[in-house]
Design a protein around this ligand. Structure first.
Ligand SMILES: Cc1ncc(COP(=O)(O)O)c(C=O)c1O
Length: 398
């Protein structure tokens, strides 16, 4: 046959229009280096390296053996999951959630953010997201065929978005404002005044505020992040996303929850129900055990991160970087030495030393002059990474 038929089997525009996921490209580079026998020290990923605490594993095994876990799960989250979330919010964030609040169990915070974006965004709608951003914060909108207005985060403004800089017509059109504090990738934290400003901005402009609290427990030196629901008025405009991934070293388990007023959470449930049958009962039981276990299990992980952070901040300062100690997250956000893009710099570092960093551009087009260092390796490996940088004479120069 010499006639070429045009095929209808093409990806949807929402797929074709998606920007390339830079993490896929980075994974390919790492795979290639490993296949060539390079001993990579991967400080690029945000994957907790410590094990899930034993009480959680025990609860999961018990649940797995119980035939009640073998059928389809309770879609929103079973009664004891819902009750434990309310206890947890009171215990950890001093927030009393009333009977008009509910949670939707999700298979990780990433899914929760994507579902919220899908549930509230019509094609052509506009959502506001800071840059740099954890990818799904913008991608959720793009998958929903919406548009994103990116707000720059600058060092001068402590990596908090300047809400006053948002043009009036953007504020009037926007449906969602997404914030993430403690912040990935900058490590920044949000003071109460900023959260109040964000809530008031959303009230004034009739915008839904999505607060991504993935790092709500990854904090040091008596610093405690705030839940958005500790801010007056937030209950009428906000949803908050929580995950077990970082708090309990459960990134591979895939469990978290979205909380907020029932009328908002029900919208998320209405979209999610078309995609799956809900979060496995075994994972819900594991999350219940996690939220109920003594705080000492969380503290050992955070103490270790704190020690690693102290080491890395000092070592990187000695290499010329003006890096400040952040009181939260497992990330350091550093300037790329001038003359290179973030991708070029990180590729050069990997080729010369086997140390992997994430280029800032992976977190947004406005962030190409930064890179992220993730402290999810034992201190011994961090020390080796620093030795390799020194040996290759990689340091910060203007
Ligand atoms: C800012 C932020 N939000 C949400 C998530 C989602 O994590 P998970 O899907 O494992 O709950 C992550 C994971 O790295 C993150 O960094």
């Amino acid at each position: 046959m010499d006639t070429i038929k045009e095929t209808k089997i093409t990806p949807a525009d929402k797929v074709l229009n998606l920007e390339k996921y830079i993490f896929v490209e980075l994974d390919e580079q790492k795979e290639k280096a490993r296949n060539e026998g390079v001993d990579l020290i991967d400080l690029g990923i945000g994957n907790p390296d410590r094990p899930t605490p034993k009480p959680i594993i025990k609860a999961a095994i018990k649940s797995m053996k119980d035939s009640k876990s073998h059928g389809y799960p309770d879609f929103k989250g079973k009664a004891d999951f819902q009750a434990t979330i309310k206890e947890w919010m009171k215990k950890r964030y001093n927030v009393e959630l009333g009977s008009d609040f509910t949670a939707q169990a999700v298979n990780g915070g990433k899914e929760g953010i994507a579902q919220i974006s899908l549930a509230f965004t019509n094609p052509g709608d506009l959502n506001i997201v800071p840059d740099p951003y954890y990818p799904v914060l913008s991608r959720g909108t793009w998958v929903a065929s919406g548009e994103v207005y990116h707000l720059p985060l600058s060092e001068e403004n402590d990596f908090l978005p300047d809400l006053d800089s948002i043009p009036k017509e953007i504020a009037q059109k926007a449906k969602l404002l997404i914030i993430n504090y403690p912040n990935n990738p900058t490590g920044a934290v949000a003071p109460r005044e900023f959260l109040e400003k964000a809530v008031n901005f959303c009230i004034e402009n009739n915008i839904l505020l999505l607060s991504d609290l993935a790092y709500g427990e990854v904090c040091y030196e008596n610093y405690r992040p705030l839940s958005i629901f500790s801010i007056k008025g937030a209950e009428d405009v906000a949803l908050e996303v929580h995950t077990c991934s970082k708090t309990f070293n459960m990134a591979g388990w895939r469990v978290g929850f979205v909380i907020g007023k029932k009328e908002f959470v029900d919208v998320v449930s209405a979209i999610k129900i078309n995609f799956d049958y809900g979060t496995s009962t075994i994972m819900q039981d594991a999350a219940i055990a996690a939220m109920k276990m003594p705080h000492k299990y969380i503290k050992v992980t955070m103490d270790e991160y704190e020690q690693r952070r102290n080491y890395m901040v000092k070592a990187l300062q000695e290499l010329g970087w003006n890096v400040k100690k952040s009181n939260a997250t497992m990330y350091l956000w550093l300037k790329v030495p001038s003359g290179r893009t973030s991708k070029e710099f990180c590729k050069m570092v990997m080729d010369k030393t086997g140390v992997v960093f994430t280029p800032g551009v992976a977190f947004g087009k406005m962030s190409d002059n930064y890179f992220r260092v993730s402290i999810v390796q034992k201190e011994k490996r961090l020390k080796e990474a620093i030795e390799r940088l020194k040996k290759a004479n990689i340091r910060y120069e203007d």
